[in-house]
Design a protein around this ligand. Structure first.
Ligand code: ADP
Ligand code: MG
Ligand code: ZN
Length: 496
């Protein structure tokens, strides 16, 4: 953005509504029994139904309905007792039928909302609707000179489209909304939310208006932005573009634009005049979708603890800061690892003070060491040789005083690196922290005997020399002495 834009932004309010398409985690497609799987060779997961052959009939996948209902309940939506599939017509090579089966006038879910939290504060972004639809295929151009191919593996894959109300007011809020939505879908196992594989894609509707205005400005729709960073960039660019246009007397035209990541700009794709007329009408080959209240109750009862609740519980139960709790809860696998670790410590030391200390150490270890390795290498570091039992055992050594915290950190990252059991590494490296009173006592006495002048000076009132003695003992032990213990013993012996 050009200079001075912050000041100018204050003269304008940004209005955004997001449309998210998320792929549902079903075994099979929405209207046929083809596998719903990413990454298979082109056109190997197809049948006459999803290839759009005439005369074939769609049969609705009940699992997709169940997942849709679950997502809706998690976001506080109302489930429509009856909803209707409709045909949405357009021509594109990846859509052999010439129409997409979607829901239009009567969607499966309406209402609901998501709490977001940014620097601007905490707010609810209302959800307008969620509906089921099938995905289209994919045109392939890369590496094919002068030709395009079509891969229909994705054709007919079940999508849930989630449409927000125009309640979002900034790029930060948009990104926070998307992150929380993705987190909710992952936590409820509705979708894997994998953005690289296209399982979570977003259209941005954006307009600007004067603060205090009660009507909306003309909106532009930016299609298919597939990363949080791009959503932010596309919005920042588009806000600036619209402000500049309006301030120089132009009118915003309602149009569809595309974000080009290489230039960071949005470019026109089609104007309102060129807007497609989808000619929706109810799908004659499918009955109305009637939802059994029993299914709704089943899904409601089987909802897992939702991210918002989990954050609150982590704060209340474990004394975490809100920021730390959010970091852990953002990744289901990581928060499970964290909680499993805590319960292992709880069964090992049920006593109050020891447990509190264990919890503090564990929290700080998970939030620094484990989080770093997790971000670097993914969920694998939470299993195998660095699974929670082993990491807890490693920290157990710190708590017992036989290993220092920094030694534990070093061992852990080496264990991850080499896929080795950290406890074996501790033995192999001869990493033992000296904590025994006898052993440490001998070291301390050695140091005092070697430095009689300093001892006399200290006893004569030169308190500052205390650090010198600690350093000397640590050095003598080659860093293996337990510093707390050394302090204790030194104080005792220096008394004279
Ligand atoms: P459609 O794409 O079918 O026209 P809608 O008009 O209902 O659907 O809106 C699509 C999305 O655009 C919704 O997320 C809605 O909140 C958002 N939206 C609608 N009007 C505006 C506006 N003036 N500025 C920004 N977003 C808007
Ligand atoms: Mg739309
Ligand atoms: Zn098929």
């Amino acid at each position: 953005m050009s200079g001075g834009s912050d000041a100018r932004l204050r003269d304008w309010e940004v209005v955004v509504g997001l449309e998210v398409h998320t792929q549902l985690l079903t075994k099979t497609k929405l209207f046929c029994r083809c596998e719903n799987r990413f990454g298979a060779p082109p056109n190997t997961l197809v049948c006459p139904v999803c290839m759009g052959h005439p005369g074939t009939l769609p049969v609705l996948n009940g699992e997709a309905v169940r997942l849709g209902v679950r997502a809706g309940l998690a976001a506080g939506c109302q489930v429509s007792p009856v909803s209707v599939f409709e045909r949405k017509h357009y021509f594109y090579p990846d859509l052999p039928k010439g129409y997409q089966i979607s829901q239009y006038a009567t969607p499966l879910l309406t209402g609901g909302g998501l709490r977001i939290r940014t620097e601007a504060g905490e707010r609810t972004i209302r959800i307008h609707r969620m509906h089921l639809e099938e995905d289209a295929g994919k045109n392939l151009h890369a590496g094919i000179p002068d030709r395009s191919h079509v891969d229909l593996n994705r054709a007919g894959v079940p999508l849930l489209e989630i449409v927000s109300e125009p309640d979002i007011r900034s790029p930060d809020e948009a990104v926070d909304y998307l992150k929380r939505l993705r987190q909710l879908l992952r936590a409820t196992k509705v979708s894997d939310g994998n953005m690289e594989e296209g399982s979570f894609r977003c259209d941005i509707n954006l307009s600007i208006r004067r603060p205090g205005s009660t009507v909306f400005g003309t909106r532009v729709e930016i299609k298919n932005v597939n990363s949080f960073r791009f959503v932010h960039k596309a919005m920042v660019y588009e806000i600036e573009r619209q402000i500049e246009a309006v301030e120089s007397g132009e009118k915003i035209v309602q149009e569809t634009r595309l974000f080009d990541p290489s230039s960071g700009r949005t470019k026109p794709m089609r104007s309102k005049e060129e807007a497609l007329d989808y000619r929706y009408f109810p799908e004659p080959d499918l009955p109305s979708l009637v939802i059994d209240p029993v299914l709704v109750e089943e899904e409601r009862r089987s909802l897992p603890e939702l991210p918002e609740k989990k954050v609150e519980r982590f704060c209340a139960e474990f004394g975490l800061s809100r920021a730390d709790a959010e970091i852990l809860v953002a990744e289901e696998a990581l928060s499970r690892y964290f909680e499993e670790g805590l319960s292992l410590f709880r069964s090992a030391s049920p006593a109050g003070d020891a447990l509190r200390k264990a919890r503090e150490r564990w929290t700080s270890f998970v939030l620094s060491e484990v989080l770093r390795e997790f971000n670097r290498q993914g969920e694998g570091v939470l299993e195998g040789e660095t699974a929670v039992v082993h990491t807890v055992a490693l920290l157990g050594k710190v708590l017992a005083g036989s290993l220092s915290f920094s030694q534990a950190k070093e061992v852990y990252s080496r264990a991850v690196e080499e896929s080795r059991n950290p406890l074996l590494l501790v033995e192999e490296l001869g990493l033992v922290q000296l904590s025994g009173d006898d052993e440490l006592g001998r070291l301390v006495e050695g140091v005092l005997a070697e430095n009689p002048a300093e001892v006399a000076a200290y006893r004569g009132g030169k308190d500052r020399l205390f650090g010198f003695f600690v350093g000397a003992v640590m050095k003598k032990s080659r860093g293996k002495a337990n510093p707390e213990k050394v302090n204790e013993i030194l104080r005792d012996k220096l008394k004279g």
